[in-house]
Write a protein that binds this ligand. Structure first.
Ligand code: NAD
Ligand code: TYD
Length: 374
């Protein structure tokens, strides 16, 4: 079967990546979707069970840090576009072991940029490839390197203001610094080599398939198991939460309609203090588990703050709304309720991902923080 496009999605077995893969595989049977993922602790093929047998889906296990592997892959598959999500994504882990973040988030991104540049640069194409470039032009299939990034590159806000696309970069954790470096490199390749790139910077996502080390799934899992829910510092830090399927829908829109070279911020206009998020979750969990009102809140435990904890993130997403007509589809209450339902219905998934070394990592972190309570 010949496909209209051949799209490489990196990190497709992770949280957001799995939603993007599912959306593209189901919505675009005319595209071949190749999912490249190393399957780290955060990547899990169970996230994609419902699409794994689709004829327009192909999974490849591999590491974007491996330069020769990446080059070979591009040479073999001649992707016309890349949607790059693979990353080390957890701030707390970046504080404990920053080097992994430098390799995957920076070196891995550069390897992908180099490989795309190599096969898309007309100077490097054989006659046959040139014919296919002409064909692609006629069918208006543009090359596209779409880099998925975070609002954390902009730093931390006080009580007022929002991040816009022109806010200067001010990353403050090893995670956000590594993502900022990758963003700069993507823009540098666009400027220097005319690589057709697009970047989006999104706020905190939540929803099904998120590894239970991030705040919302961790709290759900802990309440479910009747163990303490750690709140860093006073719980006053603010995040702007977005339902993951709304992010995937924005990625679809930007991939197809975003201007080449542009950056778009994506956020929910949905700011919450951490403690308020946890309290709302506790209320929902009391209801869903049939517990007496206030029972789950008893699990809230204040622990030592995160080092260098960013105070507030808030995204101004008016550019993507005005230019591309994107807007979030769910309220936070609706999204959290759906998220809790999903985690309660997917006991087996939770068991699998929390078994072994990664669960131990979370427990060690908790005990360490608890000993150093403020
Ligand atoms: P995740 O940690 O759930 O998934 C990351 C995926 O990348 C995993 O499947 C993992 O196996 C894979 N991966 C890691 N290292 C790899 C390597 N060296 N080679 C190949 N694959 C590798 O992350 P997520 O939360 O789904 O985030 C996806 C992307 O979106 C990241 O780039 C992240 O920076 C960005 N982002 C995340 C959020 C959020 O709230 N989660 C918000 C904005 C942007
Ligand atoms: P997290 O989900 O790790 O996302 P990020 O650090 O990328 O924003 O954390 C969200 C917020 O919740 C952040 O302010 C840190 C805080 N937090 C806790 O209070 N307790 C926890 O156990 C975790 C994981 C996070």
């Amino acid at each position: 079967m010949s496909f209209q496009r051949k799209i490489l999605i990196t990190g497709g077995a992770g949280f957001i990546g799995s939603h993007v893969v599912r959306l593209f595989v189901n919505k675009y049977p005319q595209y071949l979707i190749v999912n490249l993922d190393k399957l780290t602790y955060a990547g899990n093929l169970e996230n994609l069970k419902d699409v794994e047998h689709s004829s327009n889906y192909h999974f490849i296990k591999g590491d974007i840090v491996d330069e020769s592997f990446v080059l070979k892959l591009f040479n073999e598959h001649r992707f016309d576009s890349v949607i790059h999500l693979a990353a080390e994504s957890h701030v707390d882990r970046s504080i404990v072991s920053p080097t992994d973040f430098i390799f995957t988030n920076i070196v891995g991104t550069v390897n992908l940029l180099n490989a795309a540049r190599k096969i898309w640069d007309k100077g490097n194409l054989s006659n046959n490839d040139l014919k296919s470039v002409e064909r692609e032009k006629k069918n208006s299939v543009p090359y596209r390197f779409y880099h998925i990034s975070t609002d954390e590159v902009y730093g931390s806000l006080n009580e007022t203001g929002h991040f816009t696309e022109s806010t200067p970069y001010d990353p403050r954790s090893p995670y956000s610094a590594s993502k900022a470096a990758a963003d700069h490199l993507v823009r540098a390749y666009a400027h220097t080599y005319k690589l057709p790139v697009v970047i989006t910077n999104c706020s905190n996502n939540y929803g099904p398939y998120q590894f239970p080390e991030k705040l919302i799934p961790l709290a759900i899992n802990n309440i479910k198991n009747n163990v303490p829910v750690p709140v860093y510092g006073k719980g006053e830090n603010v995040r702007d939460w977005l339902w993951v399927e709304d992010h995937a829908a924005a990625i679809d829109l930007v991939f197809h309609e975003g201007r080449t070279g542009a950056t778009y911020n994506i956020g929910g206009f949905n700011e919450w203090k951490n403690l308020d998020v946890i309290r709302l979750l506790c209320k929902i969990m009391d209801e869903k588990l049939g517990l007496e009102v206030g029972k789950s809140e008893q699990l809230i435990t204040f622990v030592k703050d995160r080092a260098g904890h960013d105070m507030r993130y808030a995204i101004d997403s008016s550019k993507i709304s005005k230019e591309l007509g994107w807007k979030p589809s769910l309220t936070f209450e609706e999204g959290l309720s759906k998220t809790v339902d999903w985690y309660l219905a997917n006991e087996e998934w939770l068991q699998h991902v929390t078994s072994g070394a990664n669960h131990k990592y979370n427990q060690q972190q908790y005990h360490h923080r608890k000993q150093h309570v403020r």
